[in-house]
Every structure is written in structure tokens, then in C-alpha cells.
Design a binder for this molecule. Structure first.
Ligand SMILES: *C/C=C(C)/C=C/C=C(C)/C=C/C1=C(C)CCCC1(C)C
Length: 255
């Protein structure tokens, strides 16, 4: 039988096994590369958060465990991509657009899954239809943004498509079926309000990065990337910590 400590050891060793080869960068960070420094800070913060969420997931009560694992998977996927984004940035000084969007196309749907897990853990009844609408909104938002950033369509058109996808998500959680879930129980309402705040305020940082980085006449890769890095830190790490706080509080109340 595996005890928690040996299980944790296996998880930490697996993470290190994946992380260490990626550390073998062939270019070094310069002290004047401010944006590069933000890439380094966020990449190591993603690894540390991953270990923290996986470990803490073993402590909370059973119904919260999946939420904690998913929070750890989100920071784990981001950590792997940040290693590549960081090296790409340090070596070229250009936006690591492909890596960034591959990360988002995996982690943002996982955040949608996470929102549902929280509601379910808090005892709310939520339908599959609302989940699919949120997923479609997410994909439209990310694909639109990518086509605009990568130059397949104009930057403005990419922005408009991205905003439409985001609007679908906002509509669903403020006016649509998913918004009804919040009215039943107090713990559900507070989990739901946290989710709304993240999607409305935390996510708003991304289109700001897009506007200031791409739509001010010329491309400003520095502005684009430090704003996106800050946004990822808030929406992946703080997001996971909010779930951890709810899970810990709820588990203690049960014990
Ligand atoms: C972990 C990564 C997350 C939570 C990424 C979220 C990304 C967005 C909310 C992006 C939104 C965009 C718009 C609303 C319009 C312009 C294009 C995007 C893709 C930057």
C-alpha cells in the first residue's frame, strides 16, 4: 500500500523528471530583460504551485480532491509551456504565440471543468448544456485570438471574434442557465461569485494585453507578454489558491 508521503514523492519526482531537461536552456537570461524575468518567475511559480496543489489535494475531503487535482493539472500544463515560452523569449525576444495558445486551449477548458466541479462539490445541480455552451465560447475566444495574433486574419477581426466568445461565457454565467445554479445554497453562491469575478475581472487582463500589445499601431511584444504573464499568474495560481481555500475551509467544517 502506498502511503501519502511515498505517493507525494512519486509525484514530485515525476515533475522533476519532466522539468529538469527543460532547464537545459542554451541561452541565459540577461538582467535587463524585464519581460524575460517575468517569464522565469511565472514558470517556477507554476511548478511550485503544481506540487502544492497535488500535495494539498491529498489532505482535503474526498469530494474536493478532483478539484485540487485539476487545479494542479492546470498549473502543470502551464509550467511545461512556460519553460518553452521562457526559452523562446530569452533566445529570440519574440512572442511565443504558438506555445501560449496551445497552453490556453488546454487550460481554459480545464478551468471550465473546474468551475463545474466546484459547483458540484458545493452541492449545486448543473446541467450538461450549460457546460457545453461555456466550452464553445472558450474555443471561439481562443481560436479567434490565435488567428489574429498569428496573422491568419487581421488583428481587429481576431479581437472581435475573441470578444464574442468571451461575451458568450459572460452571458451564460450571469444570465443563462448556469447562473441559476447559484441561488440554492450559500456555499454555492460564494463559489459561484468567485468564478464570476475571475471570468469578468481576471480574464479582462488578456484582452487588455491584446489591445496594448497588438492594436496600438505597431506590435509591442514586451507589453503583450508581461501583461499575459501577469494574467496567467492571477488566473491560474490565484485561481487554484481560491479553490484550495474553499476546499480547506469546507473540509475543516466537516471534520
Ligand atoms: C490560463 C489561461 C487563461 C485563463 C487564458 C484566458 C484567455 C483569455 C480570456 C483571452 C481572451 C481574448 C479576448 C477576450 C479577445 C482578444 C483575444 C484574447 C484571446 C486575448
Amino acid at each position: 500500500m502506498l502511503n501519502k508521503t511515498s505517493l507525494f514523492g512519486i509525484i514530485a519526482a515525476t515533475i522533476a523528471f519532466i522539468a529538469v531537461p527543460a532547464f537545459a536552456a542554451d541561452t541565459f537570461l540577461g538582467g535587463e530583460d524585464f519581460v524575460g524575468i517575468t517569464f522565469w518567475i511565472v514558470s517556477i511559480a507554476m511548478w511550485a504551485s503544481t506540487i502544492f496543489f497535488f500535495y494539498e489535494g491529498m489532505r482535503v475531503s474526498a469530494k474536493w480532491r478532483t478539484s485540487m487535482v485539476v487545479a494542479g493539472l492546470i498549473t502543470f500544463i502551464a509550467a511545461v509551456h512556460y519553460m518553452y515560452m521562457r526559452d523562446f523569449w530569452v533566445a529570440t525576444g519574440e512572442s511565443p504565440t504558438v506555445y501560449r495558445y496551445i497552453d490556453w486551449v488546454l487550460t481554459v477548458p480545464l478551468q471550465m471543468v473546474e468551475f463545474f466541479l466546484i459547483l458540484v462539490a458545493a452541492g449545486a445541480a448543473v446541467s450538461g448544456g450549460a457546460f457545453w455552451r461555456l466550452l464553445v465560447g472558450t474555443l471561439v475566444m481562443i481560436v479567434g485570438g490565435y488567428l489574429g495574433e498569428a496573422g491568419y486574419i487581421s488583428v481587429l477581426l481576431g479581437f472581435i471574434i475573441g470578444m464574442i466568445g468571451w461575451a458568450v461565457i459572460i452571458w451564460e454565467i450571469f444570465r443563462g442557465e448556469a447562473s441559476q445554479a447559484a441561488t440554492t445554497k450559500e456555499s454555492v453562491t460564494s463559489a459561484f461569485n468567485a468564478m464570476r469575478l475571475i471570468v469578468l475581472v481576471g480574464w479582462a487582463i488578456y484582452p487588455l494585453g491584446y489591445v496594448f500589445g497588438l492594436m496600438m499601431g505597431s506590435v509591442d511584444a514586451d507589453t503583450l507578454n508581461w501583461i499575459y504573464n501577469l494574467a496567467d499568474f492571477i488566473n491560474k495560481i490565484l485561481f487554484g489558491l481560491v479553490i484550495w481555500a474553499a476546499a480547506t475551509k469546507d473540509s475543516a467544517a466537516e471534520a
